[in-house]
Write a new protein. Structure first.
Length: 167
């Protein structure tokens, strides 16, 4: 005897993947940064005019200098693998980064390293030479890299150097 299913299969839309049907797991990740509420103004008594609070400018997308400094720090401190930067590098920069990451020049014991200060120089249109100070506890190290904008308008790292740690 051949069994035939009485329910027709529902066609799945082809423009998006199927949704999760497991109710035990959350549907999505929470936002990475908390949403800030507008500051509340306290009423000012009549006759007392205080300085007006300047509205904060809306935070735009992060600058490429900040993004690449964080990415390079993650790789050179051993928090991420080198191949994580493969599509964000061009030329010999990936080979240089792999050599540097093998030594883990920004790895520290205890305190996690962070980018404490960052600056850049614009040598030509579509190129940035960036320096960053990396702090971990009382240690301070240097990181320098060059970013170039490609024809696809994406920034790629083309050179990486670190300052030698103190002995």
């Amino acid at each position: 005897m051949n069994k035939v299913m009485s329910r027709a299969a529902r066609p799945r839309p082809r423009h998006r993947p199927p949704t999760r049907r497991d109710s035990r797991r959350p549907g999505g990740a929470p936002p990475r940064t908390p949403v800030r509420e507008a500051p509340r103004r306290t009423p000012v008594p009549a006759g007392r005019e205080g300085p007006a609070a300047a509205p904060r400018p809306a935070a735009g997308p992060p600058r490429p200098t900040d993004v690449f400094a964080d990415r390079l720090l993650a790789v050179l401190s051993g928090q991420r693998p080198v191949h994580w930067m493969l599509r964000h590098t061009a030329g010999r920069a990936y080979d240089d980064l792999a050599r540097l990451a093998a030594r883990s020049p920004l790895r520290t014991r205890g305190t996690r390293p962070v980018v404490s200060d960052i600056g850049y120089y614009v040598p030509s249109e579509g190129a940035l030479e960036v320096f960053a100070r990396i702090a971990a506890g009382d240690q301070l190290r240097a990181l320098a890299f060059r970013l170039e904008r490609g024809e696809d308008l994406r920034w790629r790292c083309t050179a990486v150097e670190t300052g030698a740690p103190r002995h």
